[in-house]
Write a protein that binds this ligand. Structure first.
Ligand SMILES: [Ca+2]
Length: 348
């Protein structure tokens, strides 16, 4: 067994809670690199190393099980891939990666014509294991290749490669705020005004991605699992389905000036019990026709993170409205903000 990941205890607790449930089916075979052929190769994976000895099993470093797949190279690109046939439904691709040196590490789902269906890249400057994740719907493409690439000099360890139905995201991904427990917003419907509009991350699934439990890491604006707005101050209304006690909320944000995307300056949270909120899916709808109670104004730091807010005292509401207001960029009247996930917490 390798090092104990900081999340191991939490994952263990989750595993105990889920013990009565069937395991989440993984469409990737041998995703944890625990099974080897007689020749000592990872069963089920096609490996194209940058050099003869660039790719090997490592039984010291691992994220899950007892071993991982290690790529160590001075130049070139190593590719590790496997074909599968996911059905037409939203899927989540997960790759755990640890890296040293400048090598770029990427996980992709690629269709039969070479089209990239989903992609996530490892962040630099993360010394520990990090999770790459991306959602996609293969539609009717048939065969999908799960492809991991390590490009350039350095060392990368790959482990726990998962392709699962996206509805299982909360069971296979670490919780960012585990101590707080239940997320009232998970899989809840929402509407937005105006409609999101940014080519690289706008896709039909924008209507579910804010509450699907999938937190986007890395370059937000180019990942389909985020919802982005250009030159707009977006508002999102979440329908919790019934009146719930609310104690806090969290939102994941991106920015930092890459490609001009900047961090939001402020979030404003409102609540309402007015069922007129249900009609707010129309982007031309006037949200101010509904009576809203302003409960929280959150000044944001200029960084990519999960912003987490607790109310002074819990409120009860059926609808939550969130406004992203301005950004940290220049000029400030050109808001370009993105978000991946919203969470609403009940009192403990
Ligand atoms: Ca493993």
């Amino acid at each position: 067994m390798g090092r104990v990941h900081p999340l191991a205890a939490l994952l263990l607790a989750a595993a105990v809670a889920a013990a009565q449930e069937a395991p989440v089916p993984n469409l990737v075979a041998n995703g944890s690199f625990e099974q080897l052929t007689d020749a000592g190769q990872a069963t089920g994976w096609e490996v194209k190393p940058s050099a003869a000895d660039a790719v090997a099993i490592d039984n010291v470093q691992c994220y899950a099980g007892h071993q991982s797949l290690r790529v160590r190279q001075t130049a070139g690109v190593s590719t590790i891939q496997q074909d599968c046939r996911p059905p037409a439904a939203r899927h989540l691709l997960v790759c755990w990666v640890k890296r040293e040196g400048p090598a770029a590490v990427r996980g992709q789902a690629v269709g039969p014509a070479g089209q990239v269906l989903a992609e996530a890249a490892a962040l630099p400057d993360v010394p520990d294991w990090q999770v790459l994740q991306a959602t996609f719907n293969p539609g009717e493409v048939g065969q999908v290749t799960i492809r991991l690439t390590v490009d350039g000099p350095g060392t990368a360890w790959l482990d726990e490669i998962l392709l699962v139905a996206a509805e299982h995201a909360a069971r296979v991904l670490p919780a960012e705020r585990p101590a707080t427990g239940r997320n009232l917003a998970l899989h809840k419907p929402y509407s937005y005004s105006p409609a999101p509009g940014y080519d690289l991350c706008t896709d039909p699934d924008d209507v579910v991605q804010l509450t699907d439990g999938v937190y986007t890491k890395g370059h937000f604006w180019s990942q389909k699992s985020t919802v982005g707005w250009l030159r707009q101050n977006p508002q999102v209304t979440i329908d919790l389905g019934r009146v719930e006690a609310i104690d806090g909320m969290a939102i994941s944000v991106a920015g930092g000036g890459w490609a001009g995307v900047m961090f939001p300056v402020e979030f404003r949270f409102y609540v309402s019990d007015d069922d007129a909120c249900r009609r707010l899916g129309d982007e031309k709808a006037d949200l101010n026709q509904v009576k809203w109670t302003h409960i929280l104004k959150c000044a944001m730091e200029k960084k990519e993170y999960w912003a987490d807010f607790k109310l002074d005292k819990p409120v009860k509401a059926k609808y939550i409205r969130i406004e992203l207001v301005r950004n940290h960029g220049t000029p400030p009247d050109l808001p370009w903000t993105e978000t991946s996930e919203l969470k609403i917490y009940p009192p403990k």
